[in-house]
Design a protein around this ligand. Structure first.
Ligand code: AMP
Ligand code: GLY
Length: 426
């Protein structure tokens, strides 16, 4: 069977590598894919991830047997709805269900209506009213643009003056574009963060191994927010007892809420959780696999991914027993110098002749030149993932491999997993 994966980053590479383990899979088309993905899939660089019409035409003309839509934008634009109309089985939520990520106001109101634990909040579409509210608020406080903003639409002002600047930049200067028409102002929560990705067919849910992202650009969680500089799995904060609380108070109620709202969620639902002193609360939902969480979660999956995705599509996930490795995984992101701000592209990348056992490279932002050289083409260039029996060994292996890959200006955080290791040592 031929498959199609929409997207072209490290997450899509991890999905493609996992799908390829199924012997039934023949060709995988990646739309658009990237330079490194071309080693594992047939890339179609002329079709971008948001060219919905071209994606549907491609799936029909290439007799694609199953499609996976990975990024948030095409999901919010209804790519899965359009593929279904064309009779193509696929994995991913409808546009109506994808609002759980594409509108923070929708997500917050859903949680309020259905009693799902989250930070207290107010919504504003008028900057003057937002400022009147903020004048009497306690700080720090959290200001979020309503719409999609590449994971960067969250500001945490420490005082009223910073709050004024946040409101002005989001609502008036529109630094996150139209996603700043409305804002959510919410209570600042504290506690360790956990990412839980889950397969769901709308009713049944199978959480994946938990993970921890490292969003800030610099060591010690300093510097600007990025798309994610590294991940580890499993997350040591996420104990079986906490997992049970999350299942009962967050996961199952969220699925029931989406069904009650007439938009059952099918696909991968990502719960961004904070383990607060008052129990686990939802920081955000994503309607898709996380990036770079996928690069540590899928390598630990032992059950065939295509079988799971088809069970989600056919709404028979409850029939499946999904197995995970008992080991750990770590992913270190090699980024272009200057990311997430200004950075240069087109730097040739040099790789070692062979990678050690247990290490996998997920290509996120690179391109092939006419003479077949891989050069950088994005902010996050490569994810270096290692799996091992325990987290410490996985981290050592991931960093050892990352140190053998070179390009001009390459940067990486040196402390991925350090906090998790400290927690495990108690
Ligand atoms: P989000 O894009 O909603 O995941 O937010 C990005 C980051 O901002 C999160 O990973 C948190 O570290 C932080 N954040 C978001 N909401 C809150 C909150 N209510 N309290 C404290 N930190 C938050
Ligand atoms: N790593 C966070 C995200 O995928 O949104």
């Amino acid at each position: 069977m031929d498959l199609m994966v929409v997207g072209g980053g490290g997450r899509e590479h991890a999905i493609i590598k996992k799908l390829k383990e199924n012997p039934e899979v023949e060709t995988i088309y990646a739309l658009p894919g990237n330079g490194g993905i071309a080693a594992d899939a047939v890339c179609v660089p002329e079709i971008g991830a948001t060219d919905i019409g071209a994606i549907v035409d491609f799936a029909k003309s290439h007799a694609v047997g199953f499609a996976v839509v990975a990024p948030d934008d095409p999901l919010a634009m209804g790519c899965v709805d359009r593929l279904h109309e064309a009779g193509i089985p696929c994995f991913g939520p409808s546009a109506a269900a994808a609002r759980i990520e594409s509108s923070k106001v929708f997500a917050k109101d859903l949680m309020r209506r259905h009693g799902i634990p989250t930070a207290r909040y107010e919504v504003f579409d008028d900057p003057a009213k937002a400022l009147a509210y903020l004048r009497d608020a306690s700080f720090p406080i959290v200001v979020k643009a309503d719409g999609l903003a590449l994971g960067k639409g969250v500001l945490i002002p420490q005082d009223f003056q910073e709050a004024e600047e946040a409101v002005k930049s989001i609502m008036e200067d529109r630094v996150f574009g139209a996603s700043g028409k409305k804002i959510v102002v919410e209570e600042f929560l504290t506690g360790p963060e956990v990412s839980v990705l889950a397969f769901t067919d709308g009713t049944a849910i199978r959480p994946m191994v938990s993970s921890m992202d490292h969003k800030r650009a610099g060591d010690g969680d300093t510097g600007p927010n990025t798309g994610g500089m590294g991940t580890i799995a499993p997350n040591p904060c996420y104990t079986p007892a906490i997992a049970q609380v999350c299942m009962d108070t967050i996961f199952l109620p969220t699925l029931a809420a989406m069904r009650a709202e007439g938009c059952p969620f099918k696909g991968c639902l990502y719960f961004g959780l904070m383990l607060t002193p008052d129990g686990p609360k939802v920081i955000e939902y994503n309607c898709r696999f996380g990036d770079p969480e996928t690069q540590v979660v899928l390598p630990l999956l032992e059950t065939d991914l295509l079988t799971i995705m088809r069970a989600v599509e056919d709404e028979r996930l409850d029939e499946l027993d999904i197995r995970w490795s008992s080991g750990a995984a770590a992913c270190v992101i090699l980024a272009s110098g200057g990311y997430p701000l200004h950075y240069e592209k087109g730097k040739p990348i040099s790789f070692p002749a062979a990678l050690p056992e247990g290490v996998t490279l997920y290509h996120a932002g690179d391109a092939l030149t006419a003479d077949g050289t891989l050069v950088t083409s994005g902010g996050r260039v490569l994810g270096v993932t290692a799996t091992a029996a325990d987290l410490a060994s996985a981290l050592t292996a991931a960093y050892a491999a990352a140190d053998t890959i070179h390009f001009d200006g390459a940067s990486m955080r040196r402390d991925i997993g350090r906090r998790a290791l400290a927690l495990m040592e108690g």
